[in-house]
Design a binder for this molecule. Sequence first.
Ligand SMILES: Cc1ncc(COP(=O)(O)O)c(C=O)c1O
Length: 381
Amino acid sequence: MANDKIWLSSPHMGGNELKYIHDAFDENWIAPLGPNVTGFESDIKKYLGGNVEVAALSSGTAALHLALIMLGVSNGDEVICQSMTFAASANPIKYMGATPIFVDSESETLNICPDQLEIAIEDRIKKGKKPKVIIAVHLYGMPYQVDRINTIADKYNIPVIEDAAEALGSTYRGENCGTFGELAILSFNGNKIITTSGGGALVTKTEKMKQKAVFLATQARDDAPHYQHSEIGYNYRLSNISAGIGRGQMEVLDERVSARREMFEFYVNLFRDVEGVRLFSEPSTDYFSNHWLSVLTIDSEITGFSREDLRESLAALNIECRPLWKPMHMQPVFEDSPFYGTGVAETMFDHGLCLPSGSNLSDNDRSRISNAIKSHLKKDQ
Ligand SMILES: Cc1ncc(COP(=O)(O)O)c(C=O)c1O
């Protein structure tokens, strides 16, 4: 139908997901453990190059929460976090009773700015507290400046949690996103490049760390025949049914990355001759983005129309676009948290738009998007 909604990013099944779910039913593994969970973990491990361990969890947010616990964050600590991100990157800092210290973006990748990061660390140390952890995010699939961030983290000896929720399939200098942090997290939420309907993973460097994550995610049961607990635990493991969806999705991950990258090229061509519109492409060959979402910014003084004008034109035709993540330092819930920056994230938020980017968009969807954008551009000439 011509007016069916075109979504920003919707689930795209590969076909084999149901087979793995049937296996779970046939074997009665209807639980937060079982062969699909183990298989999904080893599929991800293999995809990431084999040098990491993976714990499948109920969400990316749960993975971040466990990561903070495992890095020893506690009440009163300070944790640095990229300001421009989804709230889930920062909320777990509050679960720990810690204070988020937000840092601005740089305009090349939209991710945490190395200069502002170092200014923030120096200033927090001067004020009496060295930040306990840095949370860096590969926004919309674009890798952050991994080398510069790691150099700063090493210099001050602060571990990095790599939030790769949006970046499975992206690489930096040929290495997979999800392998750079002391710990990394992935998300398989319904809008991500692959999904388990809801789910996530914690990526660790050692088997011991993985076992610690699994222990915490299964109510921290001590090794005893009865129920014995010496630590507070959580119910954060992924179900064997959801993991079955994940196994099917891993089979098509590379196809999904190619399709999303093609969507990005589609927009590059569409806006090629439009002055004042910038599409966020890789800054150099060091970067390979899965282009989970295609992102642009609009300089309304040049184009004569704003981000909202374009978004509303497309919404009227049932085509979903979204402003970029509203930075955390601008959010009422975090108004008391310190921020270090120069206004980059604010400007990006004011002018940036995420475009429909799903791997399941049809030729018909693309021609609707193309016609809608072209007629908007004509209107403003
Ligand atoms: C950058 C970022 N971090 C963390 C999350 C949290 O993942 P989940 O929704 O699986 O809890 C998401 C997505 O939802 C995200 O986009």
